[in-house]
Design a protein around this ligand. Structure first.
Ligand code: NAP
Ligand code: SF4
Length: 677
């Protein structure tokens, strides 16, 4: 398939003097943590240069504050001086050298600033930060609008091709726009018209300062998804005013960070927000950019082909695969490493004050330190086990030029990922397996499915990478071999279809996923998804938020753990709250501090708070963690003498450490071991 709309050029601004983009792919703004220190500028330049080389039409940087009060955290990225602007030329120069274009995003965090200097339209504290902001004075608002314009002018000095003003996701500009956070009575609040004045002034002053041609992108919040958010009429009115004062493109944002509706994580259906973008596009004449939960060229193309937007913004998909565009253009879309919207290595890292990377592409943001150099020796490599760790090792080693053989004892690639992709909302995990399968084919890896490698099979290789993974732990429990007791693998693979009443033993990530799997109604549509999360028509409900429609769980599930900590406490920073909410919405009974006694015909016998209980269930699903499988590694080592082959054996993934096993560590370890061969 070709992508005629996605790959067609577009000129932003005046047709003869504006900025011509080679295609409609915008790499959306995403903070990576590389923006915050001068020391990291070379790494940031390499990160963006790789995406420019990969054909992205327009890159947008992470957010830079227009003044210190606008920092995201203490000493976070800002663009306030000429010296800083000059230093940015390393970044812009690297992108231009690859034929790309790059915009700087100006972002004032407002009350989302994680520091005591934060300011906002009013004094209300956000529910997601510990600091209560000061309310900007009337003159302070005026100065802040000028600071925005000043940052835009500095971006021009830094040789950026465009700027983006961040007006969504609940940051300062959004805080001015919504009655929820703006209770001012001066010229900057009180009525919808006055609340709009701040963003309009920001754009007007920026345009006045930089003149006609610089494309100014404004990221507008289409659905605030919070109580007291903007009405649709207000959003449209703002869009018109921004057009009048010289905005070039309207990019779109969905949901404030404090919204309790997931907007970009795995369980959000791909393309969920396209209709909101289409609605804005029908109201304005400047180009509109769609964004949020768009992760394949097919979906991006369909949005453009349907006339719902003029550009498509993808941030995480470009982290996952810097060559997204060139692969799509070359008819190699089946080789794209698709973002699975897990947030585990990108946003979760950033919110933990760590540098971003990507679960499926551990080289993201490490372009200068994790490099797959071509090998200078003609070595042979055997990889044992085709779960995420083994797949990453096999593909990375083959990319370096090694002759690779991949042994997998089952008849399919994927290991634990094959189970994960059966969880509702994790269907995209199948894309990762499609990517690896195709890369193995293209790279000519000798894949031997259905073969349990023996030490004799492995003796002829220079390097053996053992990635034999894990098996589900079977706890010591009386009656564990009763017919009612099944493993999570049996359930997710479909080998067992549990009855109506189920107890889930173990409430880690997999116990939570299995509970969702067991209660989810497979007939649910996108409309049902919206209704369950209370997303309504913004012209009827301000902020697009309405009453939630209860879910109808298809089973009665009790989820248990021995610890007394809240269930799901260890889940991802940016997604855990949504998984916990789904459990509540699905009526999953959650019990902690449980002692398991036995399983028999009556069900699962437990003690909670010193009281004995029997859960009368049809099935007990074990989700009690995993144990490493590594016998082939031990056998290979036993063979070892200084002259023996294989010369080197490496143990990676769950076979190395089963505790807290996760695909992020597995794929990174597989890539690193191959990089070091
Ligand atoms: P896990 O997170 O280690 O959880 C295993 C659970 O089993 C624990 O909650 C533990 O709780 C319980 N358990 C351990 N030993 C037990 C025993 N002998 N008897 C009874 N219960 C026992 O493992 P997992 O759920 O299998 O997940 C593996 C990894 O996959 C996770 O660490 C995560 O990285 C990844 N994952 C993440 C997600 C997500 O974030 N959404 C989803 C799926 C998988 P108690 O000891 O308190 O009972
Ligand atoms: Fe996408 Fe997950 Fe990678 Fe983030 S870590 S870019 S969400 S695949």
């Amino acid at each position: 398939m070709t992508y005629p709309h996605l790959l067609s050029p577009i000129t932003l601004g005046d047709p003869s003097t504006g900025l011509r983009l080679r295609n409609r792919v915008v790499m959306g703004s995403m903070h990576t943590g590389l923006e915050d220190s001068v020391r990291d500028l070379p790494a940031l330049a390499a990160y963006f240069a790789e995406r420019a080389r990969g054909g992205v039409g327009l890159i947008v940087t992470g957010g830079y504050a227009p003044n210190k009060r606008g920092w995201l955290k203490p000493f976070a990225s800002e663009l306030t001086t000429r010296l800083q602007a000059m230093r940015h030329r390393e970044v812009t120069g690297a992108v231009h050298a690859e034929g790309g274009a790059i915009a700087l995003q100006v972002l004032h965090a407002g009350r989302y600033g994680y520091h005591p200097l934060s300011v906002s339209a009013s004094r209300q504290k956000s529910p997601i930060t510990p600091f209560r902001p000061s309310a900007l004075s009337t003159r302070g608002v005026d100065r802040t609008a000028t600071d925005f314009a000043h940052a835009v002018a500095l971006a021009v000095k830094a040789e950026y091709d465009a700027v983006e003003i961040m007006g969504s996701e609940g940051y300062l500009i959004n805080q001015f726009l919504a009655a929820r956070t703006n209770d001012r009575t001066d010229a900057w609040g009180g009525t919808a018209e006055k609340r709009m004045r701040f963003p309009v002034e920001v754009v007007r002053r920026a345009r006045d300062l930089v003149g006609g041609d610089l494309p100014i992108v404004y990221r507008i919040s289409l659905l605030d998804l919070v109580e007291g958010g903007q009405t649709w009429d207000e959003v449209v009115e703002l869009a018109h005013r921004l057009e009048e004062v010289g905005v070039t493109v309207l990019n779109t944002g969905i949901g404030w960070h404090e919204a309790r509706v997931p907007t970009i994580i795995t369980q959000v259906p791909p393309g969920a927000w396209r209709s909101a973008t289409a609605r804005l596009k029908s109201e304005v004449s400047v180009p509109v950019c769609a964004s949020n939960r768009i992760n394949t060229p097919e979906l991006a193309e369909s949005i453009l082909a349907a006339g719902e937007a003029d550009l498509v913004s993808m941030a995480r998909p470009l982290l996952a695969d810097p060559d997204f565009v060139v692969k799509a253009a070359a008819g190699r879309a089946d080789e794209i490493n698709t973002c699975i919207a897990c947030n585990q290595a990108c946003l979760d890292h950033v919110f933990q004050n760590r540098k971003a990377s990507c679960l499926v592409n551990p080289r993201a943001c490490r372009e200068t330190t994790l490099v797959l150099f071509p090998t200078r020796r003609a070595g042979t490599v055997a990889v044992v086990g085709a779960g995420p760790a083994g797949l990453a090792a096999a593909v990375s080693a083959a990319e370096r030029g090694f002759a690779v053989t991949l042994f997998e004892k089952s008849d399919a690639l994927g290991g634990q990922f094959r189970l994960a992709m059966r969880v509702p909302g994790k269907e995209d995990f199948a894309e990762t397996l499609r990517y690896y399968a195709r890369r193995l084919e293209v790279l000519g890896v000798d894949v031997r499915l259905g073969v349990e490698a023996t030490p004799a099979d492995l003796a002829a290789y220079d390097d053996v990478i053992v990635a034999t993974g894990v098996v589900g732990r079977v706890p010591e429990l009386e009656g564990v071999d009763h017919d009612k007791v099944v493993s999570y693998a049996d359930v997710l693979s479909g080998a067992v279809v549990p009855g109506r009443r189920v107890a889930v033993v173990g409430a880690g990530g997999i116990g939570v996923d299995v509970s969702h799997f067991l209660t989810h109604d497979p007939a649910d549509t996108l409309d049902d998804w919206m209704a369950h999360w209370g997303v309504g028509d913004p012209s009827l409900h301000p902020g697009g938020l309405t009453e939630r429609k209860p879910r109808t769980p298809v089973r009665e599930v009790t989820l248990l753990q021995r610890k007394t900590t809240p269930i799901g406490a260890g889940l991802g920073k940016t997604s855990g709250w949504a998984h916990r909410a789904v459990l509540r919405q699905s009526g999953v009974v959650q019990l902690n501090g449980v002692t398991y006694e036995r399983v028999d015909d009556d069900g699962l016998h437990i003690t909670v708070d010193g009281e004995s209980r029997v859960l009368d269930v049809d099935h007990v699903v074990l989700c009690a963690g995993q144990e490493s499988v590594r016998c082939v590694y031990d056998q290979v080592l036993v063979l070892g003498s200084p002259d023996a082959t294989p010369r080197r054996a490496h143990l990676i993934g769950g076979a190395d450490v089963a505790a807290e096993l996760d695909a992020k560590r597995a794929i990174e370890q597989g890539t690193r071991v191959a990089a070091a061969l």
